[in-house]
Ligand binder design. Structure first.
Ligand code: ARG
Length: 575
């Protein structure tokens, strides 16, 4: 095992091994969890193995625990082992081991996080808005949550392919073509392309309802596009280009980057082949002229893979996409991030992909739609809030805060800071909740300097870095590293243990696709740090202790910086 694996891991492995030898157990008998205690009284970690083993060993849990303690040769990072309550085994870590652990992390760019993803590829399909339509709240959340998952997997050493699976194909393009040719206002298009394209679409759609010849025209333009007519093709490409340009301005503001922008159209040529395979395997049947896959056995409604007019469906494209991705990238898994309304779609096509023998782990990460109380956004229209306007508002509100807290800062700097705080606040609100729970957005919560918010954590980070700076000014000739980290005070222990658990939080957040696990961790860390800072002297402590505390403080800052970065949140040095 790695020398500086988190204590959770080292304790679990050691306890399991010891129990196995001591009681002659097989692999499967041992279900034990070592977890942090929530009260120092019970040591730092606890294990419930004795209770779990009562049945197998036919002994009382306390007796099992006692035999374990008597026989076990404590590893040197453990100071003592006790029994508590019905038979909990409690571990207290040694202060020296803790200090050495934190010291060793100082030189590790991954802060103790193991590169478990090395040699493996993960495709993350996120954001994926539809061309010529504004992003709705679902796309925004997909962008922010998907990007955090993307960053987490990269940090774990995976090769991540961030793929923006744009909705760039479908029957709406017929209406778009005729609508564009009749209604477009080039000036409006230059100013706000997606908005204008959407307006054109709606106008064309309305016209089609009243005018059958308009409908016919749209249909024939669509067929021309599908057959590769150069003029229609060029217009369609223009829609895509304009849309992507506008989406990119948002991605830039959010610091989100994609490796691929492969829309649905990229997979067009493969669709007939997918239908062919489904038919060859006897998975597809005709029904009212359409081709369907029956999923009754799986308890799902039928999935249409080809409409009666010969058009293909969303599921067909997604099947072709999986096939293409496997061929080109051999991913260990493919992760899709969308809102909850697409759960059935993903379940259906995952099932069909499996029936077709496609070999990849397919994961749908879904989230609830954020609730936006009336009057939250001045710019809200129907269900579409304009993301750009939301970000603008966040920056304006943050700028007010910055101006009142740092009136003397040069204006450019104030603006820059406000941008980092505003965007960070929006992202953190999104990422700090369980993605599947209903989130209600309020500015008070998002920008609350005292509560669990982005600005609170950014502020905590800035405060910590300023401590290191104050130290450097006061003791310009001392090299911190000449003094070892020492751990004695209870608060030093708590902060050291928390820092040592960074990898546990990262792993859990990534494996469960829940960035909020990392957000919770960072918030806890900031709170522990704050009581550390308030209750023990730093700069005024005796030489040696002072340096050790500054080093702990520096490590805390490194973890906060890295952690926030994995959530896509900037960490200004000064707030
Ligand atoms: N374009 C779709 C939408 O806006 C989301 C696509 C998600 N990715 C996928 N491979 N189906 O609803």
């Amino acid at each position: 095992m790695r020398n500086f694996a988190p204590f959770d891991e080292r304790l679990s492995v050691w306890t399991a091994d010891t129990m196995k030898t001591l009681f002659g157990l097989g692999e499967s008998d041992i279900k034990l969890g070592v977890s942090p205690t929530n009260n120092e009284k019970f040591g730092d970690y606890q294990c419930n193995a004795a209770m779990e083993l009562t049945k197998v060993l036919k002994k009382a849990p306390r007796q099992i625990a006692q035999e374990f303690i008597d026989a076990a040769k404590r590893p040197d990072f453990v100071e003592k082992i006790d029994i508590a309550g019905p038979g909990f085994i409690n571990f207290t870590l040694s202060n020296t081991a803790l200090a050495e652990h934190i010291q060793s992390l100082e030189s590790d760019p991954y802060l103790g996080v193991e590169q478990v993803g090395q040699g493996q590829t993960v495709i993350i399909d996120y954001s994926s808005p539809n061309v010529a339509k504004p992003m709705h709240i679902g796309h925004i959340r997909s962008t922010v949550i998907g990007n955090a998952i993307d960053r987490l997997y990269r940090f774990l050493g995976y090769k991540v392919i961030a793929d923006n699976h744009l909705g760039d194909w479908g029957t709406q393009f017929g209406l778009m073509m005729v609508g564009f040719r009749s209604f477009v206002d080039e000036e409006a298009l230059a100013k706000a392309p997606v908005e204008e394209l959407e307006r054109v679409y709606v106008a064309s759609y309305n016209q089609s309802k009243e005018d059958p010849s308009w409908r016919e025209k749209a249909k024939s333009e669509l067929v021309k596009l599908q057959q590769g007519d150069p003029e229609n093709r060029a217009l369609w490409e223009r829609f895509i280009k304009l849309s992507i340009e506008e989406f990119n301005t948002i991605y830039d503001r959010l610091d989100v980057k994609f490796d691929l922008y492969r829309g649905e159209s990229f997979y067009n040529d493969r669709l007939p082949k997918i239908i062919q395979s489904l038919e060859n395997k006897g998975l597809a049947t005709e029904s009212d002229g359409a081709l369907i896959v029956d999923l009754e056995e799986e308890g799902m409604p039928v999935c249409i893979v080809r409409k009666s007019d010969g058009g293909y469906n969303y599921a067909t494209t997604d099947l072709a996409t999986v096939e293409a991705r496997i061929e080109e990238f051999s991913p260990e898994r493919i992760v899709y991030v969308t809102d909850e309304r697409q759960q059935l779609h993903f379940k259906q096509f995952f099932t069909i992909a499996k029936k077709l023998g496609m070999k990849a782990n397919l994961v749908h990460v879904w989230f609830g739609l954020m609730r936006l109380p009336e009057a939250t956004f001045s710019t809200r229209e129907g269900n579409v809030i304009k993301l750009a306007a939301l970000l603008d508002e966040a920056e304006v509100r943050s700028l007010e805060m910055v101006k009142s807290s740092s009136p003397d800062m040069p204006e450019e700097q104030q603006k820059d800071l406000a941008r980092a705080i505003g965007i960070g606040a929006i992202k953190y609100t999104d990422l700090s909740q369980n993605p599947q729970s209903l989130v209600t957005f309020t500015w008070e919560k998002a920008l609350n300097m005292e509560g669990n918010s982005g600005p609170y954590l950014q502020y905590a980070y800035a405060r910590i870095s300023s401590v290191s700076d104050k130290y450097a000014t006061k003791y310009p000739d001392t090299h911190l590293d000449q003094y070892p980290i020492t751990i004695e005070h209870e608060l030093e222990r708590r902060i050291a243990i928390k820092i040592s658990r960074f990898p546990v939080a990262i792993r859990a957040a990534a494996e469960n696709y829940r960035p909020n696990i990392l957000a919770d961790y960072l918030y806890d860390l900031a709170q522990i740090y704050s009581s550390f800072y308030q209750n023990v002297p730093f700069l005024k402590a005796d030489e040696g202790i002072r340096e050790s505390r500054i080093r702990l403080c520096r490590s805390t800052a490194a973890v906060l910086r890295q952690g926030l970065n994995l959530l896509g949140i900037e960490t200004p040095e000064r707030i």
